[in-house]
Design a protein around this ligand. Structure first.
Ligand code: FAD
Ligand code: SF4
Length: 534
């Protein structure tokens, strides 16, 4: 039995007045903001969710990589500077982020890996690495564990909490066989936020593929159809789509009082608030705080430490294709099965700090062609494309270290369509990343060749899909922007509720941790509101 849900079933249950000072206003409806909104609504808190992008129906998703990219992507101009190859190659589009209800959780692949315990203690574990602005998180894995359990269940992570593992696609089989032949032992299906049995109005995965183009069955978790309709059904959540937050306002005491935003028709509104939570992803979150500068806060909100916008993280990300002499058909089935954990720990003998994972990825032909760079055009390139059906993709994902100069700032003169200064993303790579990348790509090639690949092609960099760390948590107010609950050190009723909170990164994908932090923050925030502590 399946339980297909479309947005036609959903009702905009409630509307709040603009001068209602009792509501929590959340900016951004993605993995962080959408989850927080539902969790708060379930706890009886009234929420206004302001989202810059439109609200899509599942029926509008297209199994076309470029078509979906066009539909979803945040294309407002950003400028990249700095020494990173990503900045050099993608001067005006260094990030890959969605502008829509559901945020980038509409587009993501769904890989849902927990942080390892030592990754919450990066500074203590890796020591003082010159050039890195590492700190420990002000919370531990043990504190996060029960919230990880809850988030995994909510997201429907296959292979956990009674949800069966994903079936083995051919891509998985080729990848797992190759990894084992290369000597790796910790080879498994990747835990993914994709249901293998129907639950909570979402279908089981039908293994057709094109998962990143929007999952039409709802098997892959997205706040668009998993969190937000559930929150609306409580009668306590109002979603305002196509509304761009321009500025957060505060009173004379310095407490935030509301959010100025512009709606689809170009009308400006001030939504009053008891609490404001910012979840615009790691470029727009610091940008909004910086754009909210005032006479009282001339450097932007919550920025007494000067850390707003700094310590940007994106993961070390490298991609290799192996071409076999028989079909792999990587485009068939769920897009990113397979995980090798053997190299995920911290082992300085390899010549770098932090760990790496290998995952299998099966892209469609358009992305395959776009991300391929066999070193030359002509026959070299054409033969790689001809090998598509026999190709297996492997992503090497590693922990990147924070660098203070990797940062989001406001452009001094250029403005966007809303009249706001556009963000400038300066991307510098810590030296730790180069040996990590070389090692990871060498091992990826060995893995593919062990399985029988006849040719391995390393791919050039691509825009950042993981964007983190620009308003980080810290034990000491001088080292970051918010505390262990995401509450800003400077302004108690202003919260950071997305991946910007990350104190440091992990070797794996971030979004399970973003959702987990949202679940945890909702529990804290609801309690603070109930006891009138805010
Ligand atoms: C192709 C792709 C594949 C990915 N695969 C994985 C994966 O397998 N595993 C994984 O863990 N992660 C993956 N990610 C990353 C993952 O999607 C993000 O980490 C996650 O969605 C970030 O959550 P967030 O809440 O920080 O921001 P988002 O989900 O991006 O949400 C931010 C929202 O805020 C809105 N917004 C921003 N500014 C404003 C404003 N001023 N006013 C109103 N609204 C605003 C935006 O429109 C957006 O909807 C992938 C990303 C991409 C692009
Ligand atoms: S393969 Fe599964 S997760 Fe991917 S789009 Fe289809 S149903 Fe969704």
């Amino acid at each position: 039995m399946t339980a297909r849900r479309t947005h036609e079933d959903e009702v905009a249950a409630v509307t709040f007045e603009h001068d209602d000072e009792s509501v929590v206003v959340i900016v951004g409806s993605g993995a962080g903001g959408g989850t927080l909104a539902n969790e708060l609504a379930q706890k009886g808190v009234n929420v206004v969710l302001i989202e810059a992008g439109p609200r899509f129906q599942m029926t509008e998703f297209v199994n076309d990589e470029y078509g979906a990219y066009d539909l979803f992507t945040w294309k407002d101009k950003r400028i990249a500077t700095g020494t990173s190859p990503v900045a050099e190659k993608f001067r005006e589009a260094p990030t890959w982020i969605v502008k829509a209800v559901g945020g980038t959780s509409v587009h993501w692949a769904g890989q849902a890996v927990r942080f390892q315990p030592h990754e919450f203690r990066a500074r203590s574990t890796y020591g003082d690495i010159p050039g890195a602005s590492l700190i420990d998180w002000p919370l531990s894995y043990e504190e996060m564990a029960p919230y990880y359990d809850r988030a995994e269940y909510k997201l429907g992570v296959s292979g956990t909490h009674g949800t069966p593992e994903m079936p083995h696609s051919n891509l998985y089989r080729v990848f797992a066989h190759s990894a084992r032949r290369a000597g790796y032992k910790q080879v498994s299906q990747c835990p993914v936020a994709v249901l293998t049995v129907p639950r909570d109005g979402r279908n089981a995965c039908d293994q057709i593929g094109f998962c990143m183009q929007g999952c039409k069955s709802g098997a892959k978790w997205s706040s668009l159809y998993a969190e937000i309709p559930a929150g609306e059904a409580t009668g306590r959540l109002e979603v305002r789509a196509e509304c761009m937050a321009l500025q957060i306002r505060h009173d004379d005491r310095g407490r935030v009082t509301g959010v100025l935003y512009v709606d689809k028709a170009g009308r400006r509104h001030l939504q009053k608030a008891r609490v404001v939570c910012v979840a615009g992803n790691s470029i727009e979150t610091p940008r909004l705080l910086l754009n909210s500068a005032s006479a009282k806060y001339p450097d932007g909100l919550a920025n007494s430490s000067g850390h707003v916008g700094r310590n940007y993280l994106r993961n070390m990300f490298a991609f290799a294709y192996g071409i076999f002499d028989r079909p792999v058909t990587m485009h068939r089935g769920y897009v990113a099965p397979g995980l090798v954990r053997d190299e995920a720990g911290h082992d300085p003998k390899r010549g770098f700090a932090g760990g790496i994972y290998f995952t299998a990825v099966g892209l469609g032909l358009p992305y395959h062609a776009a991300f391929l760079d066999p070193g030359a055009w002509g026959r070299e390139f054409a033969s790689a494309i001809e090998g598509y059906a026999n190709t297996c993709g492997v992503v090497v994902l590693g922990e990147d270290l924070p660098v203070p100069s990797s940062s989001v700032t406001l452009h001094p003169s250029e403005k966007d369509g809303y009249g706001l200064p556009i963000p400038v993303l300066n991307l510098d790579v810590h030296a730790n990343e180069f040996p990590m990348r070389n090692y990871g790509l060498k091992k990826a090639a060995e893995l593919l060749e062990a399985g029988g690949a006849k040719r391995v092609i390393e791919c050039p960099p691509m825009p950042s899909t993981h964007n983190l760390g620009t308003c980080r948590m810290s034990a000491e107010p001088a080292d970051g922007v918010c505390n262990r609950w995401g509450q800003t050190h400077d302004i108690p009723n202003l919260f950071i509720s997305d991946g910007s909170q990350f104190s440091s990164n992990n070797a794996g994908n971030p979004t399970l941790t973003i959702a987990t932090l949202a679940v945890r923050q909702a529990a804290y925030l609801a309690d603070q509101l109930r006891t009138n502590s805010l």
